[in-house]
Design a protein around this ligand. Structure first.
Ligand code: KIV
Length: 272
């Protein structure tokens, strides 16, 4: 931590805006369970996202669409029990907020009451304006998510970079301005050209947290299991792996299997 950076006992939505105005970058990672969240929180992360990527990472689904509100609440509850410093943002899963604003509010209230999370995140811009307003009016902080929005994968057809063309880039800028004006406290910008992300970050006073959006934004987010190298098949250009836990864990489990077969485990000192 640099001497310029303020230490926060608990990061809040206000702290994030303060970080942006102090030019302090925001660190954000996903976590979906108690044990991982404890490690991430102790390491000093600013924001933990209980992402609907749990659908892929924890449950093995191909997309984020199948995960349910009950499952998100289950994941978020463990994270809330673990994290003492980070702000905890919970994704509203597909189908829990798109159909009507009242349902969006009901889903958000369930997340806040049943998991103890501090804020919700949802995907989209003006098309879901009534839902965003309804949630914000109830005093629930909302994080937006623009660019590549995985809940709309079947509309896009691919996970490639979004907003490369002028028209889509302009719509994204308008949506970001709209989310800020509506009262969202931050926006995730996923897989868009770095120059566009930088432009959005400089136009807005609320923080822009990027994933595959370059370093001209106010913070970065990654999926924890990707950063740790537990996932193997997913290799986008934006991903930096800090460990190869996949191989380390495979070796450790392989050694355990070998020791059990060889009656080397447990040894004298490992029994009663
Ligand atoms: O669900 C998730 O993990 C996310 C991040 C990729 C931002 O939304």
């Amino acid at each position: 931590m640099s001497a310029l950076n303020k230490e926060y006992k608990r990061v809040t939505v206000k702290s994030l805006v303060e970080m942006k105005s102090n030019d302090e970058k925001i660190s954000m990672l996903t976590a979906y369970d108690y044990t991982m969240a404890k490690i991430v929180d102790n390491a000093g992360i600013d924001v933990i996202l209980v992402g609907d990527s749990a659908s892929n990472v924890m449950a093995g689904h191909e997309t984020t669409l199948p995960i349910t509100l009950d499952q998100m609440i289950y994941h978020a509850s463990g994270v809330v029990r673990a994290a003492k410093r980070a702000l905890i943002v919970v994704d509203l899963p597909f189908g829990s907020y798109q159909s009507d604003p009242k349902e969006a509010l009901r889903s958000s209230i369930r997340i806040m009451k049943e998991s103890g999370g501090h804020a919700v995140k949802l995907e989209g811009g003006k098309e879901i304006k009534d839902s965003i307003k309804k949630i914000l009016n109830a005093g629930i902080p909302v994080m937006g998510h623009l660019g590549l929005t995985p809940q709309s994968i079947y509309k896009f057809g691919t996970y490639t970079v979004r907003a490369k063309e002028e028209e889509e880039a302009e719509k994204l800028i308008q949506d970001a301005l709209f989310l800020e004006k509506s009262g969202c406290f931050a926006i995730v910008l996923e897989k868009v050209p770095a120059s566009l992300a930088k432009k959005v970050a400089s136009k807005l006073t609320i923080p822009i947290i990027g994933i595959g959006a370059g370093n001209g934004v106010d913070g970065q987010v990654l999926v924890l299991h990707d950063l740790l190298g537990m996932t193997h098949e997913f290799n986008p250009r934006f991903l930096r792996r800090y460990l190869n836990l996949h191989d380390l864990m495979t070796e450790a489990v392989g050694n355990y299997v070998k020791d059990v077969k060889a009656v080397d485990f447990p040894n004298e000192s490992e029994q009663y």
